[in-house]
Design a protein around this ligand. Structure first.
Ligand SMILES: [Fe+2]
Length: 480
């Protein structure tokens, strides 16, 4: 492997084009305006719905544009889906949940696509094996584009011809389709990051490296706690798992004003973080030993230097940037080592509200490093928005919480196959909050509940500390 100091001067390998090695800095996401949303009462006009549809669908294609058909076909591990599968699956979603129920004389674009591109909806019948999605060479990336174009045209025709009552009945499902496609836009990037990580040519997707910085001091936000409301207030879009709005009792607590940095993580590693069983949850320690974890997911050590695979290439780890691609187990072990803990999701959400970065109309004050910065990687903390304390609330890294993913009190599973969207996953997973550098604009909010299994590392996940409230563990730093 090339020494890190040579990386930027590295010439293209023999037999490949220079373009293979040059970062495509822009996907075009940052240049796009925002299409209209529903009005204050949640009502859509046909024109606004089509404009928003075109925008969301266009974003997916912009993200796929830097990728070759071969890039789009590979499944590098069972959790990863090929890019073209994501592009087809979100199309299948609109075809299945919108066109099939409302298009006159409906016939599927291709009969077997219903089998290939159903993800997990048992209520819709059998489907193709998830770990084998990378074996599907046909339809190819181009053919998936044809499928997308067909469904797009049929969607526009359908919506343009609807009466107001039908439009209103359909709009909620269409809006769910928008947010579903945005979820897959983020997954597409997480997945292609893993695909490219397996290629010794170290191909670049997009984005640009920032000069490494120096971690600044960690600050804290004190929160009084008490009886607080958690959950979506009902203004604008929210997934079913964000409601009902309910009360939680919070003891006084603090949350860190920024994410844990790579520099701090290096201290954890140097202090035997991955070797000391007393820092780890039982399942976490077993996983560390079984998997041989010694560092975050995308780190490799070359000639004594820790390098990190990113969507803009492989570079020395930036000590000021947030640590990323760590599991819940690692986040918890780090917090124990630091004499702190992870915030519960109720603490996280309430702190953001107290800090003025969300209000009672669900209009989250989203300022942060999301996908439209086109960095596609977490960045060192910058000052908080005016009047706020917490930095990196939205974007950069999804933040592991101490909360298991469970239904809020009074949660009801929607009727029909669409009811499988969230509820059936409320077992064995942990909640993450805040969004990440791969989250599309318009898809982050204070009440958003992401979730992954506690051992997952390929998601762009990081760590924010908390303490107070529940008794904090004794600090475990050997050098403290
Ligand atoms: Fe999906």
């Amino acid at each position: 492997m090339t020494a890190p100091q040579d990386r930027r001067a590295e010439p293209p390998a023999s037999g490949s084009s220079a373009e293979d090695h040059v970062a495509r800095h822009h996907t075009g996401l940052a240049a796009l305006g925002r299409a209209p949303e529903a009005d204050a009462e949640g009502r859509w006009t046909a024109e606004a719905l089509v404009q928003r549809f075109d925008e969301v669908r266009g974003h997916t294609e912009l993200l796929a544009a830097p990728l070759s058909p071969e890039d789009q076909t590979v499944q590098s591990m069972p959790d990863v889906s090929p890019t073209k599968w994501h592009r087809a699956h979100v199309t299948w979603f609109f075809e299945t949940f919108v066109l099939a129920d409302h298009e006159r004389g409906f016939a599927p674009f291709q009969d077997r696509y219903w089998f290939l591109f159903n993800s997990y909806y048992e209520g819709l019948g059998p489907r193709y094996s998830r770990p084998d999605r990378g074996l599907i060479t046909r339809p190819g990336a181009h053919d998936v584009g044809v499928y997308r174009g067909n469904v797009d045209a049929r969607f526009r025709d359908l919506v343009s011809g609807l009466d107001e009552g039908t439009l209103r009945a359909l709009a909620d499902t269409v809006e769910l389709g928008f947010h579903h496609e945005q979820q897959h836009q983020e997954l597409l990037l997480m997945d292609v990051k893993h695909v490219l990580s397996r290629n010794p040519m170290e191909p670049v997707y997009a984005g640009r490296r920032r000069e490494p910085g120096t971690p600044d001091a960690l600050g804290w936000l004190d929160v009084e706690g008490g009886l607080v409301e958690v959950g979506h207030r009902g203004h604008g879009f929210g997934f079913d798992n964000e409601v009902p709005l309910h009360r939680q009792w919070l003891e006084p607590y603090r949350v860190a004003d920024r994410l844990v940095t790579n520099g701090e993580w290096l201290e954890f590693m140097a202090d035997g973080g991955y070797d000391r069983h007393e820092l780890w949850l039982y399942d976490g320690w077993n996983t560390v030993r079984a998997e041989g974890w010694r560092a975050p997911f995308y780190w490799t050590q070359v000639d004594g230097v820790w390098l990190e695979h990113t969507l803009h290439g492989t570079w020395p780890v930036d000590p000021a940037a947030p640590v990323s691609h760590v599991s819940h187990y690692e986040a918890d072990a780090y917090a124990t080592w630091a004499g702190a803990r992870l915030p519960t999701e109720g603490e996280w959400e309430h702190a953001v509200r107290v800090d003025g970065q969300a209000d009672d109309t669900d209009a989250s004050r989203v300022v942060g490093n999301l996908a439209d910065t086109e960095a596609f990687h977490p960045r060192a903390a910058t000052p908080a928005p005016d009047g706020s304390v917490l930095r990196q609330v939205y974007g950069d890294c999804w933040e592991w919480t101490a909360s298991s993913y469970h239904p809020y009190p009074g949660f009801a599973v929607p009727d029909g196959a669409i009811g499988e969207y969230n509820g059936k996953f409320m077992s064995g997973q942990m909640v993450l909050r805040g969004g990440c550098a791969l989250t599309p604009p318009g898809h982050a909010r204070a009440t958003y509940r992401n979730f992954f299994p506690p051992a997952a590392r390929w998601a762009l996940s990081g760590v924010r500390l908390a303490d107070g409230g529940a008794p904090s563990p004794t600090p475990r730093k050997a050098t403290a």
